[in-house]
Design a protein around this ligand. Structure first.
Ligand SMILES: [Zn+2]
Length: 128
């Protein structure tokens, strides 16, 4: 089960685990059109991560998208190139996740990579 409160807690936990810094904004669930998620920014200090309401109940997929969006956040707050196509973003995503799956090409039988599975399990353990 994922709701905005849980995804926001996950964002804090994942960002701290992956970069040693806590993401401190909200995670919003909404219709994001064709995208599975979106890093929406209005200024250097006003931004939020949005996750598509369509994927919210697919196991592990929202977590994968969340890590992807957090990677945008990390590049952005460090004033590095943060767009999907940028070399910097791609390299950072690969460095932290080593994900082999292209998250924009998944179906409902999404298979999470080991690193992501571990992160989700750590979060679930800490929650109890
Ligand atoms: Zn992206």
């Amino acid at each position: 089960m994922n709701d905005e409160k849980i995804l926001t807690m996950k964002a804090k936990f994942y960002s701290k685990a992956l970069w040693g810094k806590r993401y401190n904004k909200k995670v919003i669930i909404k219709d994001t059109g064709r995208a599975l998620g979106y890093f929406a920014k209005w200024s250097q200090s006003v931004y939020e991560i949005q996750i598509s309401s369509e994927i919210i109940n697919v196991d592990y997929l929202p977590d994968n998208v969340l890590v992807h969006e957090l990677c945008h956040w990390w590049c952005f707050i460090n004033k590095k190139p943060w767009m999907d196509h940028s070399k910097n973003f791609k390299a950072e995503l690969k460095r932290i996740s080593n994900y082999e799956n292209d998250i924009y090409n998944v179906d409902n039988r999404y298979q999470p990579p080991d690193g992501l599975l571990q992160l989700v399990r750590e979060f679930d353990r800490r929650k109890k």
